[in-house]
Ligand binder design. Structure first.
Ligand code: MN
Length: 202
């Protein structure tokens, strides 16, 4: 058993409303693939860890020997974060959430635009590489941000979606304009998938 790179659930050129084809191909086929390959390499000889679902592995780091823990954080986190990232975008995305998730957003942040503003604030405040997240923490919605490939799963929170703010995620089209990339990201937000995660976690 080993971890494998999930296929993109859509064509690489189908998220042009936010992300260009070349970025998608390099990001998925090279960056995400490298996380998977490096994770598998780190876990050679650790068969009980190789069979765990990736989200479970990242939530149980105490079971990972210290000698390889940072490699698992970097590469297992990279695998978990990117797998979620692809799934929570869609060519048919955009718009606003509905139903119970919309209600929870409203009671936590007020207007939907406030959620967007806070996600953007966290994305822009992240110095260097990392992620801006909407998570469920003890059943409540929270905005958070992590450095590098750290995942909210490491502290027991459930990420509903995250925006990758590593330069590899946006530099070809947006260069240094991280804010423009974050603004465009909402055009591909897959609220069906994000809502499913919310329903399962809350
Ligand atoms: Mn990335």
């Amino acid at each position: 058993m080993s971890f494998s790179l999930p296929s993109l659930p859509y064509a690489a050129d189908s998220l042009e409303k936010a992300i260009d084809k070349a970025t998608m191909e390099i990001h998925h086929g090279r960056h995400h693939k490298a996380y998977v390959d490096n994770l598998n390499a780190a876990l050679v000889g650790h068969d009980t860890l190789l069979v765990k679902p990736i989200d479970q592995l990242m939530g149980e780091l105490k079971d990972v020997p210290e000698s390889i823990r940072q490699k698992v954080i970097n590469n297992g986190g990279g695998h978990a974060n990117h797998s979620l990232f692809w799934a929570t975008m869609s060519p048919n995305g955009g718009g606003e959430p509905t139903g119970r998730l919309a209600d929870a957003i409203k009671s936590t942040f007020g207007e939907f635009s406030n959620l967007k503003a806070k996600i953007k604030e966290a994305a822009l405040a992240r110095f260097g590489s990392g992620w801006s997240w909407l998570v469920l923490a003890s059943g409540k919605l929270e905005i958070s941000s992590t450095a590098n490939q750290d995942t909210p799963l490491m502290v027991g929170n459930l990420p509903l979606f995250g925006i990758d703010v590593w330069e590899h995620a946006y530099y070809l089209r947006y260069q240094n304009k991280r804010a423009d990339y974050v603004d465009a990201w909402w055009n591909v937000a897959n609220w069906d998938e994000i809502t499913k995660r919310f329903e399962k976690g809350s």
